[in-house]
Design a protein. Structure first.
Length: 344
């Protein structure tokens, strides 16, 4: 029988209790990072590894942040960079080089995207409310709380719009523990399978054609918690032939999850140059709507890297179909599970 008692710990924070979760690069660390960038010469993504981007002073600090992401609060912000100092290509190479010291970058779709740009691609400022998660993210509309298919999600704010786009993050352990206290019946439902489907523009026609069952909450063989969730993918699966309709308890559980996420989350506007790292097993993320000012040249653009973490937890055996490997520290996740985005 599934243990439905509260989990607690440092990762069970709420927006009211999280405190200061940001750190700032020192001038010496920034100088080292810029030296590593110069040392790349013409080498470009995805042929950059940690070895090509040596950071003897800064790398230990980055590894400490990776440990916080896996074993601490599960979320951290790193500040101190000034995107205005770097051409767009160099900013991407710098971000990539830093993240290679935290984990292994993964493909984000089957068309070869390895470093995404989360920005308005509608050309009209339209806030998409329908379609895949990718289509929604690349408009100006709000994003519902969800996880990405990686151990760690890293976002660098290259530029920001004039209003909105506030990052929203919530601890899934905090949601779990609130449900344990208030609605253990719905907590039990979230440990049961929900059918999902991933869209063709993210994982190709083959994956999109195969709905799959997976619980929202689960425990690995060592008892470590993991949450994998996107209501968009649940709704997409339900529309496919042969997938059973959602039950009333499932709908109520998802509604309660959304309400608790709104109640317990931290909301933090992005500042240009900040890097946000989130553990996708213990946090959900979303955002508020935003508005660009194209005439004034004010646009929001987040650079995104998916990472497989060498510090990651073991996952339940039933997660292998989505992750490739469920072993702790394995290269896993991404649009093509178990494949590094770094070119040989």
């Amino acid at each position: 029988m599934q243990d439905l008692s509260p989990i607690g710990g440092a990762v069970a924070w709420t927006g009211a209790t999280l405190g200061d979760w940001s750190v700032t690069l020192s001038p010496a660390e920034i100088a080292e990072i810029e030296a590593a960038l110069r040392g790349l010469g013409d080498r470009d993504i995805p042929r950059i590894t940690a070895a090509h981007f040596p950071l003897p002073r800064t790398a230990p600090r980055l590894k400490a942040l990776a440990a916080v992401a896996e074993s601490g609060a599960g979320v951290v912000r790193l500040g101190g960079l000034d995107p205005g100092r770097y051409p767009a290509r160099d900013l991407k190479r710098l971000f990539w080089g830093l993240m290679c010291h935290i984990g292994t970058p993964l493909p984000q779709n089957t068309t070869g995207e390895v470093l995404g740009e989360v920005k308005d691609e509608t050309g009209t400022g339209e806030a998409r409310a329908e379609g895949s998660a990718r289509n929604r993210s690349r408009s100006t509309g709000p994003l519902r709380f969800h996880t990405d298919k990686c151990d760690l999600l890293a976002l660098l704010c290259a530029s920001n719009g004039i209003a909105g786009g506030v990052s929203r993050i919530v601890s899934t352990i905090a949601i779990h523990d609130a449900l344990a206290q208030r609605r253990p019946d719905l907590l039990a439902v979230l440990y049961q399978d929900f059918w999902r489907a991933r869209p063709a523009d993210e994982e190709g026609e083959g994956m999109a054609a195969r709905p799959f069952p997976m619980p929202v909450f689960a425990r690995g063989p060592t008892g470590a918690f993991t949450c994998q969730y996107s209501r968009t993918y649940v709704e997409m699966a339900e529309r496919q032939p042969g997938v059973p309709p959602l039950t009333a308890p499932q709908v109520e559980a998802m509604d309660m999850l959304a309400a608790l996420a709104d109640e317990l989350c931290v909301e933090a506007p992005f500042e240009a140059g900040q890097i946000q790292i989130m553990n996708q097993h213990v946090t959900l993320h979303g955002r508020t709507a935003y508005a660009d000012d194209a005439a004034a040249g004010a646009r929001r653009n987040l650079l995104r890297i998916w990472l497989s973490s060498p510090l990651s937890r073991a996952l339940p055996a039933g997660h292998a179909g989505q992750w490739g490997s469920t072993e702790a520290g394995a290269l896993r996740g991404g649009a093509m599970p178990g494949r590094s985005a770094i070119a040989a």
